[in-house]
Design a protein around this ligand. Structure first.
Ligand code: CO
Length: 134
């Protein structure tokens, strides 16, 4: 079911500082910030030869990463995103297998304009998993 790693996401308290560290200290190509109000985050993408790193900063009230940053004030790895060919089929198989899909199970449009879903971290060894249809 799983395809490539699409990105690894890191929650950060200060997106401009994190983008500058990746660009200036690590010498990576970093995209312009993109506000995603429906996901409660602002993101930049660090472009790497084999994948991307997504840096996330909370946006607005009730951001889904606010509690994570309260527990990890310096920032930390927030989720890993795997590509799938058919997100509805993936969801149905996972639910049948007893895995918990966050929200109401309806895929939402992610940062790349593609449908995404999140899986409960307690079902996958403490790691939040994002699935993205490609
Ligand atoms: Co993501």
């Amino acid at each position: 079911m799983l395809g490539r790693v699409n990105h690894v996401a890191i929650a950060v308290p200060d997106l401009a500082a994190a983008a500058a560290a990746y660009r200036d200290t690590l010498g990576a190509v970093v995209s312009a910030p993109q506000a995603l109000p429906e996901h409660g985050v602002t993101v930049v993408f660090v472009e790497l030869p084999n994948t991307k790193v997504e840096l996330l900063e909370p946006l607005g009230e009730g951001s889904p990463i606010a509690a994570f940053l309260a527990k990890n004030p310096a920032g930390g790895m927030h989720h890993i995103c795997y590509e799938v060919a058919d997100i509805a089929a993936a969801r149905d198989g996972l639910v049948q297998a007893g895995a918990r899909v966050l929200g109401d199970g309806t895929p939402r449009t992610g940062a790349h304009g593609k449908p995404v879903l999140f899986l409960h971290p307690k079902d996958f060894f403490g790691t939040l998993i994002e699935l993205e249809e490609v």
